[in-house]
Design a protein around this ligand. Structure first.
Ligand SMILES: [Zn+2]
Length: 268
């Protein structure tokens, strides 16, 4: 690998985001094993693969859906969320996909890496496809979904946003899927609210964040400005038409939409 090519990679995949040329193909498979291969179509492969650079592979056993092998091959592509991305793609093909309880050492290391990865706003954009609200509890506990963990959430809510992670309590798992989904977007909205801080006031056109709650319609979203922003973000993703049914609702959504745009929080 030339230094020049290495530099080109480093530039292209810097910033913690997935490479823009990332895609996958199905492996031809065997009688027992099926799988996918991840490629980067924007980086030529030194081995001459016409698909582009070989990034990684994930295979599973056909009869149980248990992961047989997972690997991301080059350091430049590690810790970029590619293993998680492959897991989500494979899960669309094989819904029973799961980790073995007898993880290999590299598999354990992968689980740990994924489990400790902090919440990043860009992850929200993947949820529509990866649907963490439908995931088995074991997947959420093992950190398949970066930024989400299971534990003792703070306060009375069924989930919280703390320590840079969305934390789900036991009660969350007893909610219907639509509610689990709304709660996840709500907690992502707390990430947004935390990122904006005192700047929230400006987006609502008031002097002080504490004045937000007195704006028309604001109390339909929550009891303080943090809750208004969090719920506004959830409503944008789950039921934006609801905010059109009362005075001020749309204005709240527009303020939250603007702050999301400015702070890298995905919008539907
Ligand atoms: Zn909240």
């Amino acid at each position: 690998m030339s230094a020049h090519l290495r530099q080109a990679w480093a530039t292209r995949i810097a910033g913690g985001t997935l490479p823009s040329g990332l895609y996958f193909t199905r492996k031809s498979g065997t009688v027992r094993v099926d799988g996918i291969t991840a490629w980067d179509r924007e980086v030529p492969d030194p081995r001459g693969f016409p698909e582009g650079h070989l990034v990684g592979e994930l295979t599973w056993t056909k009869d149980t859906g248990e992961i047989a092998w997972v690997a991301v091959y080059d350091d430049e592509y590690k810790r970029r969320g590619i293993a998680t991305w492959m897991f989500a793609r494979a899960k669309e093909i094989e819904p029973r996909l799961h980790h073995s309880t007898e993880l290999s050492e590299s598999g354990k290391a992968w689980s740990r890496t994924v489990a400790t990865r902090r919440f990043e706003p860009g992850q929200v954009a993947t949820w529509a496809r990866t649907r963490p609200w439908d995931a088995p509890r074991a997947d959420l506990e093992s950190g398949v979904y970066p930024g989400i963990r299971v534990g003792q959430a703070r306060g009375t809510e069924v989930a919280s946003f703390e320590g840079g992670m969305v934390v789900l309590k036991d009660e969350w798992f007893g909610y219907p899927p639509g509610s689990r989904r709304a709660v996840l977007y709500h907690e992502a909205g707390h990430g947004l609210e935390t990122a904006v801080g005192q700047g929230v006031a400006r987006y609502f056109g008031v002097e002080n964040p504490l004045d937000v709650i007195d704006l028309p319609g604001a109390q339909r979203f929550g009891h303080d400005y943090g809750e208004v922003v969090a719920e506004g973000y959830a409503v944008l993703w789950t039921e934006p038409s609801w905010a059109g049914s009362f005075d001020g609702g749309r204005a709240v959504l527009e303020a939250v939409r603007a702050m999301a745009r400015d702070h890298g929080y995905p919008l539907p």
